[in-house]
Design a protein around this ligand. Structure first.
Ligand SMILES: Nc1ncnc2c1ncn2[C@@H]1O[C@H](COP(=O)(O)OP(=O)(O)OP(=O)(O)O)[C@@H](O)[C@H]1O
Length: 521
């Protein structure tokens, strides 16, 4: 199928700032820029927007047929090391299970490329993500512009704490993380160029109906496609407009989100149809997505009763299937929470907001721990681990399962310390014997109140004398397996999907019989 993206209309030059944050400036440029070679989806350098080619494709696809945007940071190192990078990328692609055709190009940190090892091993078992957790000396921490707040919106950390020795110190935590982020960035601005939004339509082809929500990185509208009359969701990417601010321009997290979502093709992942431009000087960028009437956060706030067990099973299965697709394709979402789970009146659940998602390789590289909205953030990240993997998403899924069952957040911590305390108060304070390696995590030296037992069952009883929600042995086993403190022992997405809870009565409700809800205002 030929798409509207095939002709070049707009070229955009991205200027990488010296800031420690992922932020690029978008400048219109009249010159087409040649497409660069392939790279894994990652941090800095290359980006291709490419639409999946066929609705028949179930597996991952990445093609140049539809949209293409090329972001190429021409940092001096990139130029000097081009040959070397190509060679290393070839090695990586041969090792990677993500098809070359899919991740034709991506955001690739030249630094990560330079330090990538030719002997990267692709694990073969379902636990590949665990067995490869080995520290790599001298690697750089990937900086993330986007950071999370405690509950829902994903805005930046306003206050952060560090568990240092026996106490928290705000400054120490911030400065150590900040230093690492600074170290990752080039010392001088890097110039780059990209072909972007090839032949993309104008947003004028859409009638905005109402604003659905405003998040940190985008304003989401319900809109009608004038051509097809279809109702869609338009997410306008928020630019940082103050030129005198360090962070200025087009957020790299948004480029990453667009790239990942365009390449994904799964019923549990929100479908991005195209990218359109418009607004002043045609410089605003919008993602056109399928529209879903609700998100789970809003639904749970409005519902009078929690979801029934069979409804929770239906939602959990869809969530797990979407995350299975991501993890199989080496993508960690890193911000799973109810407001990022959309639901429609056909009982479908779809994961959205991939601004924090990233593709990763094996062995695991150190990433920033400032990901995942605090209430859904796993203990290893709260304790300062920089090497982590798909298990972080599994913790968030455990928190979501608990919330679906009880209709209230499981660990609504106010600060990071409070978050850890709330977790340990329910699941028990970890020791070296139950979580080997725990005591060497950066923030583990703090004095936590000692709680010797796991009290999760008290929150989710098998019998209720007051008519509350009950959870069977198997259901509890799944929940407890997801909420395992040691990420090495936490259930993988495959293990969760195959869990016997989904096979006992009440069986998962069919999507067709899921309840419908009035549209949100
Ligand atoms: N395709 C969609 N259909 C309907 N509503 C949507 C869609 N995508 C997003 N939304 C709504 O908009 C909200 C914000 O979207 P999204 O999380 O993608 O934006 P964001 O700026 O990245 O937000 P955050 O600050 O939470 O990271 C979602 O919680 C959801 O309510």
């Amino acid at each position: 199928m030929k798409s509207t993206f095939t002709s070049l209309t707009t070229n955009v030059t991205l200027t990488r700032k010296t800031s420690s944050k992922d932020q690029v400036n978008v400048v219109m440029s009249p010159e087409p820029v040649e497409a660069q070679g392939p790279g894994i989806l990652n941090q800095d350098v290359d980006l291709t927007f490419a639409r999946k080619t066929s609705s028949k494709d179930q597996g991952p696809v990445m093609s140049q047929e539809l949209g293409e945007a090329q972001l190429r940071g021409v940092h001096p190192v990139d130029e000097l090391e081009e040959g070397q990078l190509e060679e290393e990328q070839k090695v990586k692609q041969e090792a990677s299970p993500v098809k070359k055709s899919r991740w034709e190009t991506g955001l690739t940190s030249h630094k990560e490329e330079l330090i990538s090892h030719a002997d990267d091993v692709v694990p073969k078992t379902s636990r590949w993500n665990r067995s490869s957790l080995s520290p790599e000396c001298g690697e750089l921490v990937v900086s993330e512009e986007r950071q999370c707040n405690s509950s829902g919106s994903g805005s930046r950390h306003q206050s952060v704490e560090k568990l240092s020795g026996n106490e928290y110190s705000d400054n120490e935590y911030f400065s150590s993380d900040h230093d690492e982020l600074e170290a990752e960035e080039p010392a001088s601005p890097a110039q780059g160029g990209m072909n972007m939004l090839l032949g993309s339509r104008s947003v004028n082809g859409f009638q905005k109906l109402n604003k659905i929500n405003e998040g940190t990185y985008g304003i989401v509208y319900r809109a009608r496609d004038e051509k097809t009359k279809e109702i869609v969701a338009l997410k306008k990417i928020k630019m940082k407009e103050d030129k005198y601010e360090e962070e200025y321009g087009f957020p790299l997290t948004s480029l990453r989100e667009i790239n990942i979502l365009l390449s994904c093709n799964h019923p549990s992942i929100v479908n991005v149809k195209e990218v359109v431009v418009g607004g002043r000087n045609d410089s605003d960028v919008y993602m056109v997505m399928e529209h879903l009437e609700h998100d789970l956060k809003g639904l749970m706030e409005r519902k009078k009763q929690p979801f029934s067990t069979s409804e929770v099973k239906c939602l959990m299965l869809q969530l797990l299937e979407g995350v299975h697709y991501l993890h199989t394709n080496w993508i960690i979402h890193r911000d799973l929470k109810p407001s990022n789970l959309l639901m429609n009146n056909s009982g479908e659940l779809k994961i959205c907001d991939f601004g924090m998602a990233r593709q990763y390789g094996s062995p695991i590289k150190p990433y920033t721990q400032m990901v995942i909205t605090q209430w859904y953030r796993p203990p290893e990240l709260l304790l300062g681990a920089k090497q982590y993997s798909t298990a972080v998403d599994m913790w968030s899924i455990g928190c979501i399962m608990a919330e679906l069952l009880s209709q209230k957040p499981l660990f609504p911590g106010k600060t990071e310390l409070d978050q850890l305390q709330k977790i340990f108060a329910v699941l028990g304070t970890p020791t070296e014997s139950i979580w080997p390696g725990f005591s060497s995590l950066p923030n583990a030296k703090a004095k936590f109140p000692t709680q010797s037992y796991n009290l999760l069952r008290k929150k989710f009883p098998a019998i209720s004398f007051v008519g509350g929600q009950i959870l069977s042995e198997r259901g509890f086993d799944l929940l407890n397996g997801l909420l395992t403190l040691d990420p090495e022992k936490r259930l993988t997405v495959e293990e969760a999907l195959n869990h016997s809870w989904f096979h006992e009565v009440p069986l998962p409700k069919s999507q067709d019989f899921m309840p419908t809800f009035p549209p949100r205002r």
